[in-house]
Design a protein around this ligand. Structure first.
Ligand code: PHE
Length: 340
């Protein structure tokens, strides 16, 4: 009688466990059959009513059935585990044959590329990099650079003033003065940076643009040194066959002064679309540092001389990349930028 009951429990347990498809359902099955108040335990409690002869055999069977149920539970647990793993693997499946999420890698802006190249060329010739503020004093931007009070570049229509004596620098030339003060020559520096002028943006003007200043001061520095330096730069920047041309000009802070052109690196000087038929492209202003500027920098013009130049970085970038409208450089349209 009790043996049959035990067999029934085994059958029920087997069926129950086979249906359990979560760990929680499995635990419920364990409690139901093997727990303190479980079915098997209930039967064992009733064993007291059995005769002494029957007891060992029933006890042995009960133990066997317990072991049996425990084993079925363990097997089911394993099965659930690997099934869970399989499900997870299926859900998290990665198709390695799909095309990758392309990550776009950017690159440096054409102006930055051009500036970096300039820095590379001039540091290769022994120049240091100097820096100056974009918010500058009228003194450094004009007076110390020998620009008299009535010089047109000082006009309000040309210059962004914060007050009478503070402004957005209109050129990188104030860094000349800042580099001289407190220093004993030789001085050999370039200073790339932003400058600001009250210009309406068009194909060749922008209220903000970049210049690269250059300054060399030592004993016996001549116009020949200036020309050699710029010729070396032009060849490195635009190609070995590039020539430079000096045209007389006027700047308050240099004497003599020149505007400097490079031979068109596209047509070699014959005239083409890039140089607008000229054969030459203007890229900078330059000259021998005016004695008054040396004095403002605390340097004795009777002992030292020097040259300076100021180059338009956009001008050089547009020339070397063949860009025809300055505004494109500041629109930051990726379709434009990714071409360089
Ligand atoms: N500062 C001048 C300009 O902005 C360029 C220049 C620099 C000319 C140094 C001569 C010497 O036009």
């Amino acid at each position: 009688m009790i043996k049959e009951q035990l067999e029934k429990i085994r059958e029920r347990a087997d069926a129950f466990i086979a249906q359990a498809d979560t760990e929680q359902a499995l635990e419920e099955a364990r409690i139901r059959f093997l727990g303190k108040k479980g079915e098997l335990t209930g039967i064992l409690r009733g064993m007291g009513a059995l005769s002494a002869e029957e007891r060992p055999a029933v006890g042995a069977l009960a133990n066997k059935i317990r072991e049996n149920i425990e084993q079925v539970l363990a097997e089911r647990k394993e099965a659930l585990k690997s099934k869970g793993m399989e499900l997870r693997l299926r859900a998290e499946k990665v198709d390695v044959t799909l095309p990758a999420n392309g990550k776009k890698v950017g690159h440096l802006h054409p102006i930055t590329q051009t500036r970096n190249r300039m820095v590379e060329i001039f540091t290769g010739m022994g120049f240091e990099i100097a820096e100056g503020p974009e918010v500058e004093s009228a003194y450094y931007n004009f007076d110390a650079l020998n620009a008299p009070a009535d010089h047109p570049s000082r006009d309000e229509t040309d210059t962004f003033y914060f007050s009478d004596d503070t402004l957005l620098r209109t050129q990188t030339s104030p860094v000349q003065i800042r580099s001289m003060i407190g220093r004993t020559p030789p001085i050999r520096m370039i200073s790339p940076g932003r400058v600001y002028r009250c210009d309406v943006a068009d194909a060749t003007h922008s209220p903000m643009f970049h210049q690269c200043e250059g300054l060399v001061i030592d004993k016996n520095v001549t116009m020949g040194d200036l020309k050699g330096t710029l010729a070396t730069f032009a060849k490195a920047m635009f190609g070995e066959s590039t020539r430079v041309r000096f045209r007389p000009h006027n700047f308050p802070f240099t004497e003599p002064s020149a505007e400097v052109d490079v031979s068109c690196f596209v047509c070699g000087g014959k005239g083409c679309r890039v140089c607008k038929g000229e054969g030459w492209i203007e890229i900078l202003g330059a000259g021998m540092v005016h004695p008054n500027v040396l004095r403002a920098g605390g340097i004795d013009p009777d002992v030292y001389s020097g040259f300076a130049f100021g180059m338009g970085i956009e001008r050089v970038a547009m020339t070397s990349f063949g860009i025809t409208d300055l505004r494109l450089m500041f629109d930051n349209d990726e379709r434009f930028l990714e071409q360089f």
